[in-house]
Design a binder for this molecule. Structure first.
Ligand SMILES: Nc1nc2c(c(=O)[nH]1)N[C@H]1C(S)=C(S)[C@@H](COP(=O)(O)OP(=O)(O)OC[C@H]3O[C@@H](n4cnc5c(N)ncnc54)[C@H](O)[C@@H]3O)O[C@H]1N2
Ligand code: MOO
Ligand SMILES: [Mg+2]
Length: 395
């Protein structure tokens, strides 16, 4: 059997970061910057008021109370053409440009709020409540380096430096094909021998959470020819393909039968529980990575977390490696098969203890849905006492 680490290493050697693409800001969430972004102007672009109040000369308000004439109003968006001469003030609003001659802002709370003239009760030192040009970003300064993952705040600063389009590594487009003659679409009645198809829903959602765009390509019955036709049709829009089912030792294993002879996809037994049968390789002229995951619902999900998620990170141009873990203490004794690394579905509590959920079979999807973590137990460990320290993959 092949180790989990060797299988992942092979996958990460094969998959490549997607080519950069220019996208509109509205398509950039969850993508990775493929250029260094600088600001063409200082931010703020001009000195402006941090408060609603009065733009003053600090020396005029040094000995309050003082009553001074108000020359006019400066609102945010005004061009700030008023000039404050000795013994005069303007009203000014937050974000409005500072007028010539003024060197401080008195918040309205320190005044009687007058409009023709104003009485100021407190002194304001020079620079009070003024936001200086360039104090957030200098002109030409790098605001985001290449390789930055674009989240809400990063989108904000891209817009804030005036960008409309940006060069990114896009979200990988991942097609999910389920196989199995027993699979019925949710929402349709079950015929004898059938179950409702669930893996494609799990996997498309997992792709989305992992920063890709997942597409369901429906269900293919257990027929290698039909499977290859569907795969061909889907490759056009795919940066990667995930299949579920049809990779084990049975008589009807369409994925293995179809992909095995190509010579570019290898099928292995990986020393893990669940998820032992695994296929990985490339297909089509463009050498699109394909993950042939086992059909058991828990097996396909765990395989996704261990192998596909890191691969998607690499495709996105992000650092990629094994699923991150945290440490926890076992709340009960645990058992694990010899020679396979196991991933027990479990509940990780706020106190740092972790308890396996009831139902550790690879088909027990309800138990997976009740879990929020996977306890990792290494190949050579078969038993652990209560209170042992274990590595846990949060879900
Ligand atoms: N003789 C052996 N039999 C099996 C072995 C083995 O080593 N020797 N391995 C077992 C293990 S472990 C796994 S995992 C499964 C993998 O099976 P396949 O990848 O071939 O998947 P299928 O046979 O198509 O289905 C397995 C199981 O999962 C259900 N399934 C499949 N697809 C879906 C879906 N989209 N939604 C919901 N459920 C799905 C399917 O009905 C089967 O019950 O093989 C074992 N057998
Ligand atoms: O390896 Mo299979 O995934 O146990 O069910
Ligand atoms: Mg099978």
């Amino acid at each position: 059997m092949r180790s989990v680490d060797d299988h992942l290493a092979d996958i990460l050697l094969t998959v490549r970061a997607l080519a950069p693409l220019e996208v509109d800001l509205e398509q950039a969430l969850g993508t990775t910057l493929a250029e260094e972004v600088t600001s063409p102007v200082p931010l703020p672009p001009f000195d402006n008021s941090a408060m609603d109040g009065y733009a003053v000369r600090a020396e005029d308000v040094r000995q309050p109370p003082v009553t001074l004439p108000v020359l006019g109003d400066i609102a945010a968006g005004d061009d700030g053409r008023l000039t404050v001469g000795p013994g005069t003030v303007t009203r000014i609003m937050t974000g409005a440009p500072m007028p010539e001659g003024a060197d401080a802002v008195v918040p309205v709370e320190w005044t009687d709020g007058g409009t023709a003239q104003v009485t100021i009760d407190r002194p304001a030192p020079p620079g009070n409540a003024i936001r200086r040009a360039g104090e957030d970003v200098r002109a030409g300064e790098v605001v985001l380096p290449a390789g930055t993952l674009i989240g809400p705040a990063q989108l904000g600063i891209l817009a804030g430096v005036g960008r409309r389009r940006v060069l990114v590594r896009p979200r990988p487009r991942v097609v999910v094909i389920s196989t199995g003659a027993e699979l019925a679409e949710p929402g349709t009645p079950l015929a004898p021998g059938q179950i409702w198809e669930s893996n494609s829903y799990t996997l498309v959602a997992a792709v989305r959470e992992a920063g890709g765009d997942g597409y369901r390509a429906g269900v293919v019955a257990d027929d290698a020819r039909l499977f290859l036709d569907q795969l061909d049709a889907q490759l056009l829009r795919a940066d990667a393909v995930i299949t579920s089912g049809g990779v084990s030792m049975g008589a009807y294993e369409p994925v293995k039968e179809a992909l095995g002879p190509l010579g570019t996809v290898r099928f292995d037994r990986v020393a893990m529980q669940p998820g032992m049968p695994q296929g990985f390789g490339v297909v089509g002229e463009d050498q699109i990575p394909i993950f042939a995951l086992p059909g058991n619902p828990v097996s396909s999900f765990v395989s996704f977390m261990l192998f596909v998620r890191p691969a998607l990170r690499k495709m996105r141009g992000l650092p990629a490696g094994p699923a991150p873990t945290v440490r926890a203490l076992t709340a009960s004794p645990l058992r694990s098969p010899q020679g396979r690394r196991s991933y027990l579905r479990a509940v990780l509590a706020a106190d740092g203890t972790v308890t396996p959920v009831r139902g550790q079979g690879s088909h027990q999807l309800a138990a997976l849905a009740a879990a929020n973590a996977l306890i990792v137990i290494s190949e050579d460990v078969t038993e652990l006492p209560e209170g042992a320290t274990v590595e846990v993959i949060p879900l």
